[in-house]
Design a protein around this ligand. Structure first.
Ligand SMILES: C[S@@+](CC[C@H](N)C(=O)[O-])C[C@H]1O[C@@H](n2cnc3c(N)ncnc32)[C@H](O)[C@@H]1O
Length: 246
């Protein structure tokens, strides 16, 4: 029998998940940035700035931004650290292409390279990157353990992984409010601004299926990352996980 996994709340064949996720991001690519601002009231910008702060980037670092999408994280790094080399990478052509066009339009293309790839199968040699970032991407992987293992392999010794992802709110009341917002408002916003409620229903569901803070930390430890820790943002709606390849 085919191995099963989840796509939002649906159980699907593991071999099909990548295609379903691909359809979501192909559908949202053109409206992705507008929707991100609307859904998070612009807060995703601050979360990404915090990630870059926590990354402790060196002037000449070689950086892999996995699931880079339209390039928000890479843009911040490129503007602040112009001597770094940044590899923007995404499995989805439409999302990567939005990022590439934007890098030219907004002049952050000088130190950026673009690769269409899966974060679960990185086509890089061992010990290549000083820093790997994944912003709101890991949730969509079919095999997160495999992705983490690949990231560890491609990090240099003492290299650092930073995962920015939705997580679990700490306060139960806040959690209820957030659930109401996610399942009532988000799909309506998607329908209104992007004519696409299904993709935003997937977003809300995929967040609930994603491992919580401690579980993700445990997965990183399991894959051999050291000094693993996380920072909760907005009461844990979002968390930044950090681990090192020692
Ligand atoms: C929510 S977007 C995040 C984009 C960007 N990092 C940001 O924070 O705005 C998620 C991205 O993950 C990409 N993605 C999904 N599965 C992936 C995989 N296995 N490998 C690489 N990218 C993947 C999607 O194509 C999409 O562009």
């Amino acid at each position: 029998m085919n191995k099963k996994t989840h796509f939002g709340y649906q159980e699907v064949d593991q071999s099909d998940k990548q295609k379903y996720v691909g359809d979501v991001f192909t559908s949202v690519a053109k409206n992705y940035d507008v929707m991100n601002d609307a859904m998070s009231f612009g807060m995703h910008r601050l979360w990404k700035k915090i990630l870059v702060e926590l990354a402790g980037i060196g002037e000449d670092d070689v950086i892999l931004d996995i699931a880079s999408g339209t390039g928000d994280i890479s843009k911040l790094i490129s503007k602040e650290y112009p001597r770094t080399n940044i590899f923007l990478s995404d499995i989805n052509y439409e999302m990567l292409n939005e990022g590439r066009n934007r890098s030219i339009d907004e002049s952050f293309d000088k130190n950026c390279y673009f690769c269409q790839l899966s974060g679960e199968e990185l086509p890089f040699k061992d010990n290549t990157f000083d820093i790997i970032t994944v912003g709101f991407g890991l949730r969509n992987f079919t095999d997160k353990d495999r992705g983490l293992k690949e990231m560890k392999r491609c990090l240099k010794k003492n290299g650092k992984l930073l995962v920015l992802e939705f997580s679990k709110p700490i306060n139960p009341l806040f959690s209820k409010l957030y659930d109401w917002y996610s399942f009532n408002i988000l799909p309506k916003l998607g329908s209104l601004l992007a004519n696409d409620s299904e993709s935003y229903k997937y977003l809300a569901e995929s967040i609930r299926m994603h491992p919580d803070q401690e579980a993700l930390k445990g997965m990183m430890v399991q894959q051999g990352f050291s000094e693993c820790k996380f920072y909760n943002l907005l009461n844990g709606i979002v968390a930044i996980h950090i681990g090192y390849n020692d």
